[in-house]
Design a protein around this ligand. Structure first.
Ligand code: SF4
Length: 877
């Protein structure tokens, strides 16, 4: 088997992956020990990439109005409709909505077409939802959107502050690198998050600050550092502006004031402030908890202020560190995928920048102002201002705030094109034209990770069906629209052109230069090793920024900014709860790829809502019942998880589930569209919602070899080995459970073995074929108690009807429980029992006994948490 060195397509860590095709369309996946992002490590999602390569559900041919068409006819139509719309209504009547999962070459060509040839800046990206506030904060403070540090800093720091970042689940390999440093050199780790997470379980200190109070916390830290004489006066004198104004602004933020506003014990605030003051090597990592807020840009600047004031930036083991959610969010912002930027960090509103890009591209028309950012773009579709929309590689009908309204806007747009790898998504269902794109394993190009490292994604599988690369599709449409400059044959040509453009940007005083790569031959590009920018034509490659100042403002000095927190929307009687949203460990975005993996689907199999125990008691919400969460924008239903991990008055719901996997699990349907006024990034973590029991007439759990077709008020399905598992709940009584199961599991004419208790509203049905389980259904008035992990492995296995109907294995085979370790398929019950019965006291002990946690390591925080809970469970038993 030939090895291909490529890059993981999920988070912004950008791990190197080695893929060995197996000759049957799949591949064996391992971590690349030579890649500087991960040195061979992979998390559970990366390790399961081989399971996501199948062609089931792939979009393989162009379609127009649901009918397969030739590429020629389809691209002619797309070009004609975009051209005629522009001719009639002007360039701003069309838009592209693109994605942090496009490769840099795809992004570059889409941006060139829209900004240089169509003449509009109406191209924005789903990275707007992810890190636009970091971009804006960087630009305000540094004069450039530049992450100053490198991943080595995480291993060289003595104190790491994680703010609004569940790194253990969202950037697991970086978390593993930090945990290894903690083990070897005693790095102190502190988490700052309104919610207790798997990351805070591994920290030395957790500060569960009140939602929305981050700026107060960092203003207080700056005031403390000033009061204790911990500022770097020499650095400030030489390299930073606005210092006195900002110090005067933060002076009133005493520890007592911060503690009161943030809802923290003063001693805990003081403890962290003192640690920050005395520790030279400090890294502050932040992500969506900072960025996804109505004052996200100010939050970023509150953090940057503290690092600038102490001169702790750009030196080993210190600096602010924005970690990006997507594999190529960084590449997108580098080539101008945001509606407010040109390529190569150049600015739309700057005439010299615009003219340089115009000349470089030989562009017929360029916009002189920003285009519509994501939320405004879909509002403009709804209002009819945008009449032709092209969505590439993303699923906004699920992921945008007010997702129901966005779905309607996509439907309402006169002409909508979607390029995707999957045929059935919530967004493709609303498009006029579907264009089959190549996916991971088939694509060829580059991505940039959170530390500015450019890595190659290389193809190791052929393009299936008629799928084509995104850059090729866009170039073909551009040519059909009559534009020159899109005659690319290979991604290497596009990369060279982009690299040459960064050389021009460098002459205009920009830091983003990869001009040293502008002459790569095709074979050099094929062989390109991961490289951190800058890569100038002459001079040092990669490394850190700003240790000696040299900022990209007109006076080369950084700016500190006086910032204040923006009040969150007031609770009211109708919507008394704050809704927080985020990721789970084993799913990615809208699950189009990870849900195809049976391994990844077993960690968390349906959408849930975390509710504080006192709120649950007040509302009579029992654990494992269902809750209805509503806002003025929509409604969702999710499984109740009673936990003190979330604060009173707050609830947490994961972001991933779509209409393909649940009846009502799309959390962004209820999220409002408040956004940061500077960055335009939506405040996805603080919507006002109501919470109430969803009171079905019945609950059900089922397994089926055939894909279920549920018709009931609530359902959530997931893949399991040999078939499917499904949770259901109904608003009306069912008269005949056999008829219901036959319909749902496509088993017309089959007769199950069944046990029913009509008085108690219970039914159990088992379908066996030649002694093997084909399907089973368990119905109850209360949430169904069944051994789900056992049943999820029962399909196709030899079974006797009595065991299957019991819904749990025999006494000799304990129910493993929900998967904790995805690599070795070890469940929570198995681990808990081993801890209690074997007296296991460490994650290593559990690994030695069960293998759990010994491969990718993503589950180690959960195992540590189970060990920590063991004394409580022993006391309870
Ligand atoms: Fe992929 Fe996991 Fe690495 Fe992120 S941490 S790039 S998801 S393997």
């Amino acid at each position: 088997m030939t090895e291909t060195h490529t890059t993981c397509p999920y988070c912004g860590v950008g791990c190197g992956v080695i893929a060995k095709p197996d000759g049957t369309g799949g591949a064996v996946i391992s971590g690349d020990t030579a890649h500087p992002a991960n040195f061979g490590r992979l998390c559970s999602k990366g390790a399961a990439l081989g399971e996501t390569l199948g062609l089931e559900g792939r979009l393989l041919h162009p379609t127009v109005d649901g009918v397969q068409q030739s590429w020629d006819a389809t691209l002619d139509l797309v070009a004609k409709r975009f051209s005629s719309t522009i001719a009639e209504y002007g360039p701003d009547s069309v838009a592209f909505y693109v994605s942090g999962q496009l490769l840099t070459e795809d992004y570059y060509v889409a941006n060139k077409l829209m900004k240089g040839f169509i003449g509009s800046a109406n191209i924005d990206t789903n990275s707007r939802l992810c890190m636009a506030s970091s971009v804006a904060g960087h630009k305000r403070a540094f004069g450039t959107d530049t992450v100053p540090g490198t991943y080595e800093d995480l291993e060289e720091a003595d104190l790491i502050l994680l703010v609004g970042s569940n790194l253990a689940w969202c950037h697991p390999v970086l978390h593993q690198r930090i945990m290894a440093a903690k083990e070897s050199r005693g790095t102190q780790v502190v988490t700052l998050d309104p919610r207790r997470t798997a990351t805070s379980d591994t920290a030395d200190q957790h500060l569960g600050l009140r939602s929305g109070t981050d700026i107060t916390f960092f203003n207080g830290l700056l005031a403390y550092l000033h009061a204790k004489g911990a500022l770097d006066q020499a650095y400030l004198n030489s390299h930073v502006s606005s210092v006195d104004d900002v110090l005067a602004h933060v002076a009133p933020f005493s520890v007592a004031h911060v503690a009161e506003v943030c809802g923290l014990p003063p001693t805990e605030v003081d403890r962290l402030y003192a640690a920050f003051a005395r520790t030279e090597r400090v890294v502050t990592i932040y992500s969506q908890g900072i960025n996804q807020a109505a004052d996200g840009t100010d939050r970023v600047n509150a953090i940057l202020n503290c690092h600038l004031a102490t001169g702790r930036i750009g030196r080993p083991g210190m600096g602010p560190f924005s970690v990006t959610g997507q594999p190529n969010a960084m590449g997108g912002r580098e080539v101008g995928g945001l509606a407010n930027m040109l390529a190569a960090h150049l600015d739309i509103e700057n005439i010299a920048h615009r003219d340089s890009v115009r000349a470089f591209w030989d562009a017929p028309r360029m916009p002189d102002a920003q285009g519509h950012k994501a939320v405004d773009m879909f509002d403009a579709c709804a209002s009819g201002e945008i009449k032709a929309l092209w969505i590439m590689c993303t699923n906004p009908a699920v992921s945008m705030p007010r997702a129901d309204a966005v779905a309607d806007a996509i439907s309402a747009c006169d002409f909508t094109v979607v390029s995707d790898i999957m045929e059935r998504t919530d967004t493709t269902a609303r498009a006029d034209v579907l264009l089959p794109a190549t996916g991971w394993g088939e694509k060829d190009g580059t991505v940039t990770n959170s530390e500015r490292r450019i890595s190659r994604q290389r193809a190791f599988l052929p393009a299936p069906g008629e799928a084509r690369h995104d850059w090729a599709i866009v170039s073909d449409v551009a040519r059909r629209m009559g534009f020159a400059g899109f005659d690319y044959e290979t991604p290497a040509e596009i990369f060279r052109e982009y690299a040459a453009l960064t050389g021009i940007a460098a002459q205009l005083g920009k830091d983003l230069s990869i001009a040293g790569l502008a002459d790569l031959s095709g074979s050099d590009y094929d062989a390109m090793a991961p490289v951190q920018w800058p890569v100038p034509a002459d001079g040092p490659v990669g490394g850190r920024f700003f240790a000696d100042g040299g900022f990209y403002t007109p006076d080369r000095r950084a700016r500190m900014l006086a910032v204040s927190q923006t009040a969150l929307p007031e609770p009211d009687a109708a919507y008394p709860f704050t809704l927080n949203t985020g990721r789970v460990r084993d799913h990615w975005h809208t699950m189009t790829r990870t849900a195809t993996s049976t391994t990844l689907s077993q960690h968390i199999a349906e959408p849930f809502v975390e509710v504080h125990p006192q709120d649950a008691e007040t509302l009579a919400l029992g654990d494992a019942t269902l809750a209805r969460i509503e806002s003025p924008h929509g409604m969702l239903v999710a499984r109740v998880k009673v936990t003190d991990r979330t604060a009173r008055g707050s609830v947490f719901v994961p972001m991933h589930w779509t209409g393909q996997w649940t009846a009502r699990g799309r959390v962004d349907a209820v999220v409002d569209a408040r956004r940061d006024p500077v960055s335009g990034q939506p405040a996805l973590k603080s919507s006002r919602v109501s919470l109430a029991p969803f009171e079905p007439r019945w609950y059900a759990f089922g397994i089926s070899a055939r894909e279920p077709s549920p018709d009931c008020a609530y359902w959530a399905k997931a893949k399991v080995p040999g078939g499917w598992r499904i949770e259901m709940a109904g608003a009306q009584d069912e008269a005949d459970w056999t008829a219901f199961a036959n319909r749902t599991f496509d088993l017309d004419g089959h007769t199950p073995i069944s046990v029913t208790d009509a008085a108690r509203g219970e039914a159990r049905l088992a379908y066996l074929g030649e002694g093997r389980a084909q399907a089973a259904l368990f119905v109850s008035r209360e949430p169904v108690q069944a051994a789900r992990a056992y049943l999820s492995g029962a399909l196709g296995a030899g079974q006797d009807a009595a065991t299957l109907l019991a819904g749990r294995p025999g006494r000799d085979r304990p129910e493993p429980g929900a998967t904790v370790c995805a690599c070795f398929n070890v469940g929570v019950n198995t681990i808990s029992a081993a801890i209690l019965e074997g007296g296991l006291a460490s994650v290593e002990d559990v690994g030695a006994a069960l293998q759990a946690g010994t491969n990718c390591g993503s589950c180690r925080p959960e195992i540590a948490s189970l060990i920590a809970q063991a004394p409580t469970r022993m006391a309870a038993e």
